[in-house]
Write a protein that binds this ligand. Structure first.
Ligand code: ARG
Length: 260
C-alpha cells in the first residue's frame, strides 16, 4: 500500500512536470516565431549607437534603424517590439530564436553570414579613429603605444586586433559603445575606433578629432535574421519599395545627412 501511494505521487509529479514543460515549449514557439503569431515582430538592437539607435531623454528608442524598423513592421502588418541588449549578444539572440530580427548598424560580414541571414544592405559607413583634440593622433603611425577602444563583438574589435600588431597599440574592449566615449573623455583610452557615421556625430557634438581608417573596406549594414527566416525576402521587397519611393533617402536625410 505504502509503495503504491508513493508510486502514485511520483507519477503525479512527473505528469505535471511534463504538462508544464509542454506548455512552456508551446509558449516559446508561438512567441518567437512571428509568422505563427502574426502580431508581434520582435527586434533586438543595441541602443548605444546614435544616429542609428539610442534612447531619448525619456528612454524611448530613436534613430535611423528604429524608424526603418517601424516602417518594416508596419508594411508587414506586425506590431514592433524592441529589445535592448549588448551588441555582442545580438547574433546569439537570433540563433536561439529569441528575436525575429536585429537592426543595430550591423555590417553584413561573411563571418556573420555563417550564423545569420541578412537583408540587402541599407546603408554604408567606413571606419574612423577619434581622439581628443589635443592628442595629436592623425594617422595609423601615431597610434603606436596608445590604447584604442572598441566595442565588443564589432568588426572594429576584429579590425583593431589585426592593426594593433602592425602599428603597436593596445586594444581595450568595452561592451557598450557609449562607454567608449566616456572612456575617451576620462582618458582611460586614447582613441576610439568605430563606424564613421557614428564617430562623426561625436566629433561634431563633443569636439573630438578623427581620421578615416585607410585600411578597411567593410560591408554595408543590413537587417539580420535567424538562418532561413522567411522574413528576409519580405524585408528585401520592402527595402526596395522604400528605396524607389524615396522614403529611405528621407530617413537618411533625417538622421544621417551631416555625417557622410
Ligand atoms: N558596424 C559595426 C559592426 O557591425 C558596429 C555596429 C555597432 N552597433 C551598435 N548598435 N552598437 O560590427
Amino acid at each position: 500500500m505504502k509503495f503504491s501511494i508513493s508510486k502514485l505521487i511520483i507519477f503525479i509529479v512527473m505528469a505535471s512536470v511534463m504538462v508544464a514543460c509542454g506548455d512552456s515549449n508551446n509558449d516559446e514557439d508561438s512567441s518567437t516565431d512571428a509568422s505563427q503569431d502574426k502580431e508581434v515582430l520582435k527586434m533586438a538592437t543595441s541602443a548605444d549607437f546614435p544616429p542609428f539607435e539610442s534612447r531619448d531623454t525619456e528612454g524611448n528608442f530613436e534613430g535611423f534603424d528604429i524608424d526603418l524598423a517601424h516602417k518594416i513592421a508596419e508594411e508587414l502588418g506586425y506590431e514592433l517590439e524592441i529589445e535592448d541588449m549588448s551588441f555582442d549578444g545580438l547574433i546569439g539572440a537570433l540563433q536561439s530564436g529569441r528575436v525575429d530580427m536585429v537592426m543595430a548598424g550591423m555590417s553584413t560580414t561573411e563571418k556573420r553570414q555563417k550564423n545569420v541571414d541578412f537583408s540587402n544592405e541599407y546603408n554604408r559607413s567606413g571606419e574612423m579613429f577619434i581622439s581628443k583634440a589635443d592628442a595629436s593622433i592623425e594617422s595609423l603611425e601615431n597610434l603606436e603605444g596608445k590604447t584604442v577602444g572598441v566595442q565588443l563583438g564589432t568588426i572594429q574589435e576584429e579590425g583593431a586586433e589585426k592593426l594593433s600588431e602592425e602599428y603597436g597599440f593596445e586594444v581595450k574592449k568595452v561592451d557598450d559603445a557609449s562607454i567608449l566615449i566616456q572612456e575617451l573623455n576620462s582618458n582611460r583610452i586614447d582613441v576610439g575606433y568605430m563606424d564613421k557615421t557614428v564617430a562623426v556625430g561625436y566629433v561634431d557634438e563633443q569636439g573630438f578629432v578623427g581620421f578615416d581608417d585607410p585600411t578597411t573596406v567593410s560591408p554595408g549594414m543590413g537587417v539580420a535574421f535567424p538562418k532561413d527566416s522567411e522574413l528576409v525576402e519580405d524585408v528585401n521587397n520592402i527595402l526596395e519599395d522604400l528605396e524607389e519611393s524615396g522614403e529611405l533617402d528621407e530617413l537618411k536625410d533625417k538622421w544621417l545627412s551631416d555625417s557622410e
